[in-house]
Design a protein around this ligand. Sequence first.
Ligand SMILES: Cc1cc2nc3c(=O)[nH]c(=O)nc-3n(C[C@H](O)[C@H](O)[C@H](O)COP(=O)(O)OP(=O)(O)OC[C@H]3O[C@@H](n4cnc5c(N)ncnc54)[C@H](O)[C@@H]3O)c2cc1C
Length: 296
Amino acid sequence: MKAAAFRYHRADSLAEAGEMLTSLDNARLLSGGQSLMAMMNLRYVIVDHLIDLNPVSELAGISHHDDHFQVGAMTRQRCFLDDDAVAAHSPIFREALGYVGHLQTRNRGTVGGSLAHMDPAAELLGLAALTDADITLSGPNGSRQVAIAEFPQAYMTPDIKVDEILTAVRFNRWPAGHGWDFREFAQRHGDFAVVGVGCLLTLDAAGAIDRAAVVLIGVADGPLRLPAVEAMLLGMLPNADLFRAAGEAARHPEITGDALVTADYRRQLAAVMVRRSLTNAHQRAVQAMNQEHHHV
Ligand SMILES: Cc1cc2nc3c(=O)[nH]c(=O)nc-3n(C[C@H](O)[C@H](O)[C@H](O)COP(=O)(O)OP(=O)(O)OC[C@H]3O[C@@H](n4cnc5c(N)ncnc54)[C@H](O)[C@@H]3O)c2cc1C
């Protein structure tokens, strides 16, 4: 099918895009087009005006700071994956971004487009949830920040008003030496995950877990942080029993089924994948600690 007729507008700056969005009726922003064009061609989305953000170079790029890094909305997913500084201080990003679609879709697809589209299985939302990210939105009255926990409102419905543009996302950095793991179960490589798991943890000098973050993607409307699982890990010396119990605790009641799989099947996958993911994150944290001792 072809998209219904629409008028194309090229925005050359954020200010211009904002003005267009406020003045035009039934308008949509175009970023990488990897989700929007498909929805328009299926006539699942019918717009009168399309506002192209691609020329807005001020919205692209990554800036690094001591405790966080900020990624502009128009940063291509591929540039984010390829950023060596991100991979050095936050290696989970490279591991997770490799699961975002295919090389071809990552070349065009943007960080802001993925967050705004809010697919339940979007890896970028999972990474944002894991790092307690903040999202910046620009509207006619200036800009505002939304914590990732408040961002999802309903299925594929983020907290973005019709006259707002997502401009950046700020991810918090974890301290050097943390453990990390991101993994997915999908029917074919590049498909949206049936279940995805991400986790981050740090160990104290005695080897006990002193900080943990665990998230599931693809199982609910938005990314599902697992605070109960995180709490049971804190202060514990890791072993196979602990991670098995953590996996069992990941069978969250909010995990849903769909046309493809049942909720129980997803819960079983979550239990196994959380256990494996934590085990690997722990091994990596131990390796990082050993390397630091070696350097001293
Ligand atoms: C074959 C295939 C496989 C894929 N697999 C995955 C996958 O495994 N994981 C995954 O996460 N994604 C996957 N995707 C989707 C892909 O990552 C898209 O790039 C992403 O969902 C949307 O980003 P985009 O830049 O292409 O946005 P677009 O398609 O241009 O826009 C998506 C939506 O967001 C809105 N929007 C865009 N930018 C902004 C902004 N700055 N502010 C406010 N609203 C905005 C648009 O109006 C539109 O409603 C896949 C896509 C394809 C085609």
